[in-house]
Design a protein around this ligand. Sequence first.
Ligand SMILES: [Mn+2]
Length: 245
Amino acid sequence: MATYVISDIHGQLEPFLKLLEETSMDLEKDHLYLLGDYVDWGKDSVPTLLYVKQLDETYENVHVLMGNHDLMFLDTIRSFKEDGTLDANWLQNNCGLDTFKQYLKSSRAVRDEIESYLDSLPYRFDIDVNGKKYLLAHACPTDYFVYDDTLSKSENDRILHDLRCEAVWTRIISKTDDVIQSYSSEFDQFVCGHTINENFRINYRKGFIDIDCGAKVIGNSLFMQEPEGKLACLRLDDMKEYYAR
Ligand SMILES: [Mn+2]
């Protein structure tokens, strides 16, 4: 039994399928953790999300986290349903427009499935691999939410949403060494995605490992770095790296 981690697939379904094949993982036995951002930039956002959902529902060993792009998607689905408003920041600056178009073209049943699936995604995993403690998060781990009885439900909801935004948006690299090191006292290793590594390789930094190798640029002419970006997978048992594009 091995444990694999992949992050920031960003609508790149073909590279994702290639990467799964490249590792020869057996999801009946091996564990696969996905660290968020299934949509936006690549051409297959909704198909990628639906494929991830299918894996998650088929295999007990597949574990799926929320990313900031998935949360923007969910928030927009909700605001659009409530009062027709859209998140311009997501649509214009974060390549959400194609994703939302694919969503609108989906059947009512699929749209409902997408919404409830996104709503179910957790924000961090605390796992044990061969006796070593790992913390997995899309961007920046935060504490677990504790409901405050002295506040109203809407105030609690707002605090929870702020905490979730922090968890999926904050770049761990922007934190001071002290904060980063504070995770080390509780965990042997912290693994995240969210920030593309400059050399498009898995980056072993002080206090954390960043596995986002820029899959979002694959096939996207908007980016100068296009030839280098790739989707990465890290096997935590022996830190073997896999790449696909
Ligand atoms: Mn991200």
